[in-house]
Ligand binder design. Structure first.
Ligand SMILES: [Zn+2]
Ligand SMILES: [Zn+2]
Length: 255
């Protein structure tokens, strides 16, 4: 059994949370079996386990735990980046926590998630200038009247959020490879170039940098790009590795 099938047992609505016999071996596990197996997997791969449950929206507690564990890991490893090593001991934990939080948010991104609309900064409305020509009732001069009005933002239809799915491949991760299609004369699909096959747009790492700047002004954009961003990316990778760990731990205890 893997993590994906195990989370069904977390949902109270799930009909699988019963002791009734099932067709396949993994579904024949009872709820109690699964809980015990997940408990063991959690002990062996705590971060990946919490990260995954948090990502699937099982509980906010799991997300918080994953962020805490990642922050701890990041604090233990950040000194290999000179710019982070040099931070004062009262600032460093705050910066590292921001990095861990954004890394976790990025890890949670999927084609099904939403992001704030860029056009209206998540407000749902934009201010637009309109000009109306007012003709005076009796005599005088015609005037252009400039007014600023709030109009509903079109890209997000006033909701302030838009889908995080990639625009080029609509979240599928695959797109027509024009070069190969032309060369071979038949449609050839390849990984979407815009999203590198992920199917969704990642959180811009500059967002994480901006949040770091709220804590300290010691990490310039240049420093960020050169040394801190690779570390930040490694934290996202860490979560993916830990999730894979949790998955294999669960497989082992349910095999
Ligand atoms: Zn909008
Ligand atoms: Zn794409």
């Amino acid at each position: 059994m893997n993590l994906e099938s195990a989370i069904k047992f977390h949902s109270p609505k799930s009909p699988q949370f019963t002791d009734s016999p099932r067709a396949t071996a993994s579904e024949a596990l009872t709820g109690a079996d699964v809980m015990a197996a997940m408990g063991m997997a959690q002990n062996r791969a705590e971060m990946g386990y919490s990260a995954f449950l948090g990502k699937m929206g099982i509980s906010k507690q799991e997300s918080d735990r994953a962020i805490n564990l990642l922050t701890k890991y990041a604090l233990e490893t950040c000194d290999r980046v000179a710019a982070l090593r040099k931070l004062e001991s009262d600032i460093k934990p705050a910066v590292v926590q921001v990095l861990a939080t954004y890394a976790y948010l990025d890890y949670c991104r999927s084609a099904a998630s939403v992001k704030p609309c860029d056009w209206c900064s998540g407000v749902g409305f934009i201010e637009a200038e309109i000009f109306t020509i007012k003709s005076p009732l009796a005599g005088g001069v015609r005037r252009n009247i400039r007014e600023v009005v709030r109009v509903r933002c079109k890209p997000c239809d006033g909701r302030g959020i838009v889908s995080a799915a990639c625009n080029d491949c609509s979240g599928r991760g695959k797109a027509l490879d024009r070069k190969k299609t032309k060369a071979q004369g038949v449609p050839v699909m390849g990984d979407c170039k815009r999203c590198s096959g992920r199917g969704y747009e990642r959180i811009p790492s500059t967002d994480a940098h901006r949040a770091v700047c709220e804590v300290t002004d010691l990490l310039s954009l240049d420093t960020w790009k050169k040394s801190v961003k690779p570390f930040y990316d490694s934290l996202i990778g860490k979560l993916e590795v830990e999730e894979a760990w949790a998955n294999s731990a669960l497989r082992k205890v349910t095999a």
